[in-house]
Design a protein around this ligand. Structure first.
Ligand code: TA6
Length: 281
């Protein structure tokens, strides 16, 4: 089957299904330009999407790959993770070739965002599906007349059969800020990270790729432009507090996020790019 792109209804919202080479598929919603599913040719879903996710735009969709901009987490006065997760994005372009399917979506500052954050911007999210990989690229343009500063992330929820058995490599030796220990900065002493409790960490200046082994599956993640990697799992108690997660949701997810947690300053008229690549290995 040749790569193609089709419009679909996904839980009542408008979305696109990208069909890549060898039957790989991905789904991206116009709400938040959020990738909600990625199934490589082996037929196994690689992204976690909560069974209790809300799709009416009142809150961000829990799972997939939310786009966080212009604020990561609570690093400022804006709503957590910024303004564009619950915006309606529009399709800018779509193209399918022999070995890829590519969609770009865009959104811009409007009255609502300008009231909360007085900066004009244009955001574009590109999603490319190839046989065994997906690439996301976030491009931010400062369309205003003065510099702007932002933080942000591609808040990737990876699906794992059982998080307690998952192993994440590639963070050894990096400094991380531990959100669960007053943001204390600690150096990662372990070659492999395993999850046996709540974890919420920002690994700083992560240049090497990360490798996630979970069940019989392995996935490599590589970022460009985003200097940091966030690792988050709410575990049992925090998960129980989240209305849009089933009680056992924590067990089947691990967020490994491409993030910029220290402000990036963009002069008037300039563009910034950040990318995340996920590859089945
Ligand atoms: O990226 C990790 C994090 O900032 C955590 O602190 C956690 O709260 C999570 O994101 C989810 O945030 P959300 O606003 O989607 O509930």
């Amino acid at each position: 089957m040749k790569p193609s792109i089709e419009s679909i209804d996904f839980h009542g919202i408008e979305a696109l299904r990208l069909i890549g080479p060898r039957g790989a598929t991905a789904i991206i919603s116009k709400l938040g330009a959020q990738v909600l599913s990625w199934v490589p040719p082996d037929g196994k879903e690689r992204l976690f999407l909560s069974d209790n996710a809300v799709f009416d735009g009142s809150v961000a969709i829990r799972g997939g790959i939310p786009v966080c901009f212009p604020q990561f987490g609570q690093l400022g006065d804006l709503p957590r993770h910024g303004l564009v997760r619950t915006c309606q994005w529009s399709v800018n372009s779509q193209r399918a070739g022999d070995d890829f399917a590519l969609v770009t979506m865009e959104t811009s500052s409007d009255e609502a965002t300008l009231t909360l954050w007085p900066h004009a911007f244009h955001a574009e999210l590109a999603l490319m599906v190839e046989a065994d990989r997906i690439d996301m690229e976030l491009c931010i343009t400062n369309t205003g007349g003065s510099p702007l500063s932002f933080t942000g992330a591609l808040h990737t929820y990876l699906r794992v059969p059982q998080v307690e058995e998952a192993v994440l490599e590639g963070l050894h030796g990096l400094e991380y800020r531990d959100a669960l220990d007053d943001n204390r900065v600690v150096r990662e002493a372990h070659e492999e990270l395993t999850i046996d409790r709540e974890v919420d960490r920002v690994y700083l200046n992560a240049k090497r790729p990360q490798l996630l082994h979970a069940g019989k599956q392995s996935l490599a993640m590589q970022n460009q432009g985003f200097p940091d990697v966030v690792v988050w799992n709410p575990f049992v108690d925090r998960c129980a507090e989240m209305k849009d997660m089933p009680a056992n949701g924590w067990r089947h997810m691990l967020c490994v996020e491409a993030a910029a947690t220290r402000p990036i300053t963009l002069p008037a008229g300039e563009e910034w790019y950040g990318r995340q690549t996920l590859v089945v290995v």
